[in-house]
Design a protein around this ligand. Sequence first.
Ligand code: ATP
Ligand code: MG
Length: 330
Amino acid sequence: MSPPLLEVRDLTIEFMTDEGRITAVDHVSFALERGQTLGIVGESGSGKSVATRAVIRLLTDNALVGERSAINLTRRDGRQVDILGLASGSSELRQIRGGEVSMIFQEPMASFSPLRTIGTHMVEALQLHERVSKAEATRRSIELLERVGIADAAGRFRQYSFELSGGMRQRAMIAMALVTRPSILIADEPTTALDVTIQAQILQLLRELQEEMGMAMIFISHDLGVIAQIARNVAVMYLGRVVEEGPTRDVIFEPRHPYTRGLIQAIPRLDAGQRRLTPIGGDIPSPLARPSGCPFHTRCGERLEGRCEARVPDPREVAPSHVVSCHLHD
Ligand SMILES: Nc1ncnc2c1ncn2[C@@H]1O[C@H](COP(=O)(O)OP(=O)(O)OP(=O)(O)O)[C@@H](O)[C@H]1O
Ligand SMILES: [Mg+2]
């Protein structure tokens, strides 16, 4: 069996801060197969962004990565490389970042320089990764802007990101991320800032582009309802740990972890014209005061006294590929 396209193994990331050491990602493992979508879901602060930014080595200087952690990528030429083992300024890392693994962010403004046009960004990205003439890079960029649904693409090509509406800017960012035809797209809450109609359009667009380009995707959201529309598999994160993972259908229809059940109840839905939403009770603990044992035990209604606060539960396969880490399933 060939190795997965991307394999994150035992990823641990801590941050040194003035207040103390924060564990943002705690022994996380997951795999991504070619052409597939993995959803990552969890409340704010669960480590979704930090874990995926590590894949393109976009971590701040105060980050410490675990010694046993590995992020193995199968490159286009079939070679395997541990991204965490690459030197930070190396040409191999530059080739991978933006060329084979691209990322789009919740706040598109952050990805564009206000001093450069949309077109300049795209042409530069393309020329960094491929030997193409400026004319060819321009042609391909405009074609992609058209493909993502931007009217008057040639005109937009010459504009700045701040001249575009939120939805158009998000489309432009998708075009920019895809211009190099990456094998993996990481989409970090790409629709959160958008209204529901545009959100649905962007999800549809990502699904189409993914199919056309045969790329794999990691799609991050705090909303399991959005994940259900786009990802075949899902990993549920809480305070830096994956607490449940598996085929999205199984996780949603037969959630095993009390935290996952809480997330499902928190999915916004329209019931008889009324918006019903039950948030998970209790506060998310401060990252400086991580609970012992199962990180969720302080908010869990099904907590087993003497057990859940004492020991971190081991992952257990409860159905094919459906894995849960919870003492209720020991
Ligand atoms: N550069 C940093 N320095 C210190 N702590 C950080 C840094 N970046 C992230 N953290 C902390 O790491 C933890 C995980 O953060 P992360 O941004 O990955 O959460 P998230 O799941 O993406 O949340 P959200 O849904 O709000 O985007 C949080 O406690 C956060 O405060
Ligand atoms: Mg985030």
